[in-house]
Design a protein around this ligand. Structure first.
Ligand code: C2E
Ligand code: CA
Ligand code: CA
Length: 732
């Protein structure tokens, strides 16, 4: 689990956090861009509105002047202002009309001496011109001077007369004051320039004008302000007089299209961002879960690939890895030890108690070993009952010896399997780096050689690899190779025959075929040496076929004799074995009843039942079965009851034990009696002395075999023996 949370942390650090930050950064960028664009748009919009307001105010001067000209450039007006009786006309046309029709707030008519002859005002009833005069006076003076000097600038098709206008404060209010001369429209009335009657128009800028402006040009919240409006976002337009003084300001809430767009887009953008974050988050979550599952499956697969499913211990691949790592990490003063371990008698446990019991032994064995090694050591199961231990960073060879002793002692304690007390031992082969090599292959090979050596010198022990072991192994390899050549050529291999005699009649009744190999350089090699090698290297079937064929051919020479042939357990495990034997007997025309196959007990306890089937089929043919080497190995008298055999061959170790303190006579007698009770024949092997022969005869042993009577001899000597009358004959 720890590995996974580290992985999750890494995922967050490497993917999730950067991805989320990326999305947020992108969103911030887009949002910032949006706000910036909005502000830019707003600034442009405000600028345009200020420009518009400026234009409106400047237009106002022209508009008012234009309004004035509708009455001041008119012959009737020129005539009327000169006549006191026309006061009513003046009021109607030059005063109240201007108010009602154009919304002017004040109108004055000045005579050539600048005395008001007519006054109209919405703000004051008495002497109102005095309020206006301050602003109007400079305009009036300028106008008269321009008129007197004949300055006609500004007059056009649209603007028909001179005019002056300015902004100022009238009665405490911001005001536009415009002055126009009352002149003839036809030119028929002569006037002295500079002495014209003047019309003064007044328009307050803080009244309904503001409302109209606000309405016509859609300025929001437009108002007049003496000081610049500082509330957020307000736009200001200063109102300045001709002399440059600022009278006050128009202030309004400018229309901000950017802000409007942003405020409209913002919720949508926020929703989009939330969705994006959700989506990315979701995807990340899925990705994380997926990679989580993948990692878990990966870890599981890795574990499976590197561990033995039964014991959960490291397997061969991991053993190789750990050994390589130990060798790489080895310092000059340190040793690395490789132990090969093999359970003794494990096959018997499996064969007699069944595979589940065998598995239980393997598991218990692994547990006991695990308890003995350090956490830095690696215990692996290579398969079957083969285990290894890698011990890195080792100080001395003695430490491995101590450990090996402890392992052997621990495994010697009985295993409790399903209520059975099972005794098994362990044999250990050891190789040490750098002494025995510094590569994995070399160390493994040497540990294996040491194991082989330990096994062959008696089990439940350990052996360190030694140089002499290499030589033994080499010799085995040579034998394997040379045996192959011998089987191909066939002139090196011969079958000799050792006669068997009837104990009662002393007559020869049969022979046992025993293989002989005359090596071209090494001379005679014992079958005890090369038969096990033939079994291990897959050559035993060829060997068996050769011997059986030779024996059948020899059998034709001696029609009165039974022929015994040794069969390896491996041969009997071949389902085709019985058929093969039957075919050969048919081919060589030998009566099956003359053939006796000698099998060991281990060959008869084939867990797959193939051995049993072969035995049944062969016995059905008439072939007899002898149980060879009885009394050695895992055999027991009790099991004799169940075996499908015709004869028991009592192992020669019993016979040679005769006459000793704890003599084997009693055991042999028990075997003979038990065999008789079951209707089985008995043969005693290895009879070397007359005493042994006499004793065996006295206890009822059927047949005798041994150097006392004859060594194994070539066929020609068997023929000679038969010719001499077939009685027991002492051979050298
Ligand atoms: P085995 O089947 O127990 O054969 C009897 C062995 O005892 C023979 O050894 C024989 O020479 C020896 N022997 C006979 N009488 C005496 C005696 O009085 N004293 C002593 N000390 N030994 C005696 P051999 O020929 O060296 O064969 C050894 C083993 O090799 C055989 O033991 C058998 O297991 C195996 N073997 C021999 N030939 C064959 C074969 O053709 N096929 C198979 N599968 N195994 C064979
Ligand atoms: Ca034999
Ligand atoms: Ca034997």
């Amino acid at each position: 689990m720890a590995a996974f949370s580290i992985r999750t942390g890494r995922f967050a650090r490497l993917i999730a956090v950067p991805a989320m930050l990326g999305v947020c950064a992108l969103a911030a960028l887009v949002g910032g861009l949006l706000v910036w664009a909005g502000q830019e748009a707003d600034e442009v919009a405000v600028d345009r509105q200020v420009a518009l307001a400026t234009l409106v105010v400047s237009n106002l001067r022209e508009t008012i002047a234009h309004n004035q000209e509708s009455v001041t450039v008119w012959d009737d007006a020129v005539t009327a202002v000169g006549e006191p009786s026309s006061a009513e006309w003046i009021d109607y046309n030059l005063g109240s009309w201007m108010h009602t029709y154009f919304g002017h707030d004040g109108a004055y008519v000045l005579d050539p001496a600048n005395t008001p002859i007519y006054q109209f005002s919405t703000h004051s009833d008495d002497r109102p011109y005095r309020d206006v005069e301050e602003v109007a006076k400079p305009l009036v003076d300028a106008l008269r001077q321009r008129s007197a000097s004949g300055d006609e600038s500004g007059i056009s098709d649209r603007i028909l007369s001179l005019g002056e206008a300015d902004i100022g404060i009238v009665a405490g209010r911001p005001t536009l004051v415009s002055v126009k001369p009352v002149v003839s429209d036809t030119g028929d009335i002569e006037q002295t320039p500079g002495t014209e009657y003047l019309h003064v128009a007044v328009r307050f800028l803080d009244s309904d004008f503001v409302a109209a402006l606000s309405r016509d040009y859609q300025f929001d919240d437009l108002r007049f302000s003496w000081t610049p409006a500082l509330e957020s976002g307000q736009a200001n337009l200063p109102l300045t007089t001709a002399s440059g003084a600022t009278v006050g300001y128009f202030a309004w809430q400018p229309y901000r299209p950017g802000a409007a767009v942003v405020s409209r887009i913002a919720p949508v953008a926020a929703a989009a961002l939330a969705m994006m974050l959700g989506l990315v988050g979701g995807l990340l979550f899925l990705l994380d879960r997926r990679s989580h599952r993948l990692a878990e499956r990966d870890a599981k697969m890795k574990h499976l690939a590197l561990h033995d499913p039964l014991t959960e211990l490291p397997n061969r691949a991991l053993f190789h890895d750990r050994l390589d790592a130990a060798l790489r990490g080895q310092s000059d003063s340190e040793l690395v030890a490789v132990l090969y371990l093999d359970l003794d008698h494990f096959k018997q446990v499996n064969d007699t108690l069944g595979h589940p019991a065998g598995d239980a032994v393997i598991i218990e064995f692994g547990k006991r070993l695990s308890g003995l090694i350090r956490s830095t050591d690696t215990l692996s199961r290579l398969g079957g009952d083969e285990f290894t231990v890698v011990i890195p960073a080792l100080r001395s060879v003695e430490d491995v010896e101590l450990l090996s002793d402890r392992i052997i002692d621990t495994i010697r304690q009985p295993f409790d399997i399903d209520g059975h007390q099972v005794f098994i031992g362990v044999t250990i082969g050891i190789a040490i780096a750098p002494r025995d090599g510094d590569t994995r292959t070399e160390l493994c090979r040497k540990a294996d050689i040491a194991l082989y050596h330990a096994k062959s010198s008696g089990r439940s022990r350990y052996a360190m690899f030694g140089a002499e072991m290499g030589a033994i192994l080499q010799a085995r390899r040579d034998i394997e190779r040379d045996l192959r050549a011998a089987l191909a050529g066939k002139d090196q291999l011969e079958v000799h025959y050792q006669p068997l005699f009837n104990a009662a009649t002393q007559k020869i009744i049969g022979v046992e075929a025993l293989l002989r190999w005359r090596h071209p350089y090494d001379g005679w090699i014992s079958p005890d040496v090369f038969i096990p090698i033939a079994e291990e290297t897959g050559q035993i079937e060829a060997v068996g076929d050769f011997v059986l064929r030779e024996a059948c051919n020899a059998a034709k020479l001696w029609p009165s004799l039974a022929i015994a042939v040794n069969v390896s357990a491996i041969e009997l495990r071949n389902p085709a074995f019985a058929t093969k034997v039957a075919a050969l007997l048919l081919e060589t025309e030998i009566d099956p009843r003359r053939i006796e196959l000698e099998l060991t007990e281990s060959a008869l306890t084939d867990p797959n039942g193939v051995g049993d089937q072969n035995v049944k089929a062969l016995r059905a043919l008439g072939v007899r079965i002898a149980l060879d080497d009885f009394g050695t190995g895992f055999s027991s008298l009790g099991r004799l009851q169940q075996l499908e055999v015709d004869r028991i061959k009592i192992d020669r170790s019993f016979v040679s034990g005769f006459g000793r303190l704890n003599g084997d006579e009693a055991i042999v007698q028990a075997i003979v009696e038990l065999a008789k009770a079951r209707g089985l024949k008995t043969t005693a092997e290895g009879v070397e002395t007359v005493e042994q022969g006499t004793h065996l005869q006295s206890i009822g042993c059927d047949d005798l075999q041994g150097f006392l009577y004859s060594r194994p001899v070539p066929p020609i000597e068997v023929t000679a023996l038969l010719a001499r009358g077939s009685f027991i004959a002492k051979q050298a």
